[in-house]
Design a protein around this ligand. Structure first.
Ligand SMILES: Nc1ncnc2c1ncn2[C@@H]1O[C@H](COP(=O)(O)OP(=O)(O)OP(=O)(O)O)[C@@H](O)[C@H]1O
Ligand SMILES: [Mg+2]
Length: 499
């Protein structure tokens, strides 16, 4: 298959063979063409050339409906659930063709019965908006299995899951595949998952197939070399000893409710000093999202105080700029940018009205904004056809880079980051981690929410654990113990049982 978008050759003569029951991984750096490939298979994009052969029959897939009828399914890199419907409704409405009349009681019962055979549970009556990212992803996968696909493609399905959840889901898919009932095509940036679950792997670079192997016959070094070519992969960042500085960001007794009006953050108090990374560990859904939303002024707290540099912080745009407060939120395409605007405009969201970018106090200077975008695209290695391209035409990892470029390029005094490396290939991951450390070394106060314990242990000076809306544990960098942290991340129930 080949597919170009304007001058960008996203896919260049790629061929794959997938056997029944195969678990086939696709690797490649950000922008390599992985999503484009599976979207062409699904008929979401029309390939310029190339076709599918299923059971010896040639098919030119024109749209996702046709692909569904052939038993093909895709879990997209971004969520496609209907946000204001329940989990059960999302399962049932995925059917194609949809029956003219749905007996909801019977459908609900069938969904329930189906779920009983699965290793994890989603509350079927929960509204999707209220689900944490990990739960939404489980529901996406559940939906595909419910629809009885023969070939299931998953585009970075584990980036929002904890390692334990990822293992659980990939293990389950492997078991279903082992019976020959399902073939799985997994796109991932995590070599660990490829080595643990996949039987075969194909590597894309610049739209081309640059390698194929049986996983048992290839090692990590060889995979990395194929993915990145001769490009150097940045090594781990340097942590410098930093002087103890005054508290820069302080949260006092903060209480906030979630969308269901339940207490999500329960009298949270914490303080981050300049030159410090304070890590917040925790399984998704324990109040982290609501806390970040409060800090980002997307949610009103019920009680408590936020202070920056000792002064009451009211979270307005002016204050963000005055104090140098920056934010990297989860799901950047939804929360951090405007997908239908250009890269130039998205990079300018913070500062389009600053003095450098306006004339006579109100007219935007488009030239200055363009120059800013070109400089950031260069500095942060954003792969884009042009600065005028719509943001949602970038590959997933490159959207993430664009938001990082905007939020990390100013004079950062306070940085609030949530899972900043999700969706980035591992060269980009080490680069971003290095940038976070550099900001810290330069004196910034960083509050880092992460579900990746390895990330926290690598970066944080102190780690707090958040559980059911409270801070339940604190440890310094020295003496941080994964098992101890993990134990506090798990529910109190299982913790009691263990001890
Ligand atoms: N709709 C589109 N319009 C224009 N260009 C596009 C579009 N979709 C993808 N591209 C371009 O095609 C190239 C491949 O993108 P693709 O999304 O397939 O990469 P990817 O391998 O999935 O990367 P990532 O790991 O970041 O998700 C990129 O250069 C991207 O900018
Ligand atoms: Mg992609």
């Amino acid at each position: 298959m080949s597919k170009s978008f304007g001058a960008v050759r996203a896919l260049d003569g790629v061929s794959l063979r997938i056997a029944p029951g195969a678990f086939h991984a696709i690797l490649g750096e950000n922008g390599a063409g992985k999503s484009t490939l599976v979207k062409c298979i699904m008929g979401h994009h029309r390939p310029d050339s190339g076709h599918l052969v299923i059971d010896g029959m040639r098919h030119d897939i024109r749209n996702p409906r046709q692909a569904h009828r052939l038993g093909l399914g895709l879990v997209y890199q971004h969520f496609t659930l209907v946000p204001n419907m329940t989990a059960a409704e999302n399962l049932v409405l995925g059917q194609d063709p949809l029956p003219a009349v749905i007996d909801w009681d019977e459908a609900r019962e069938r969904a329930e019965a189906f779920q009983r055979g699965m290793p994890f549970r989603i509350e079927l009556d929960a509204i999707v908006t209220g689900l944490a990212a990990g739960e939404k992803q489980k529901l996406e996968i559940l939906k595909q299995l419910y629809l009885d696909r023969r070939v299931l493609m998953l585009d970075e399905p584990t980036s929002v899951l904890t390692p334990a959840e990822a293992d659980q889901i990939l293990g389950m898919l492997r078991d279903i595949a082992a019976d020959g009932r399902l073939s799985v095509i997994l796109i991932t940036h995590k070599l660990r998952e490829v080595l643990a679950f996949a039987g075969n792997v194909s590597i894309l670079r610049g739209g081309r197939l640059v390698g194929e192997a049986k996983v048992a016959e290839i090692d990590e070094g060889e995979l990395t070399r194929l993915m990145f070519g001769q490009k150097a992969v940045p090594s781990a960042a340097m942590r410098r000893a930093s002087k103890v500085q005054p508290v820069r960001l302080e949260i006092r007794n903060l209480t906030a409710r979630n969308d269901k009006e339940l207490i999500a953050c329960d009298r949270i108090s914490l303080a981050v000093r300049g030159g410090e990374i304070l890590g917040i560990a925790g399984v998704a859904g324990n109040g982290q999202r609501e806390l970040v939303e409060v800090l980002a002024a997307q949610r009103e707290p019920e009680a408590g105080d936020i202070r920056v540099a000792g002064a009451r912080y009211r979270r307005s745009r002016q204050e963000m700029r005055r104090y140098g407060v920056f934010l990297l939120t989860e799901e950047p395409l939804h929360n951090g940018c405007v997908r239908a605007l250009s890269i130039i405009d998205n990079l300018a969201i913070r500062n389009f009205d600053s003095r450098d970018h306006t004339a006579l106090g109100c007219f935007l200077r488009r030239k200055a904004l363009r120059a800013q975008a070109i400089a950031l695209i260069e500095r942060f290695g954003i792969r884009a056809p042009s600065p005028d391209a719509r943001l949602d035409t970038l590959s997933g990892g490159n959207v993430q880079r664009a938001v990082l470029a905007r939020e990390l390029s100013g004079r950062v005094s306070v940085l609030i980051a949530q899972n900043p490396c999700v969706g980035l290939d591992f060269a980009a991951t080490s680069e971003i981690r290095a940038r976070l450390l550099a900001a810290r070394n330069g004196g910034a106060a960083i509050l880092l929410f992460s579900e990746d314990l390895d990330e926290l242990i690598e970066l944080a000076d102190r780690i707090l654990v958040m559980f059911e809306g409270r801070i339940v544990y604190e440890t310094g960098r020295d003496g941080a113990d994964r098992h101890e942290i993990g134990r506090h991340m798990a529910s109190r129930q299982s913790w009691r049982r263990e001890s």
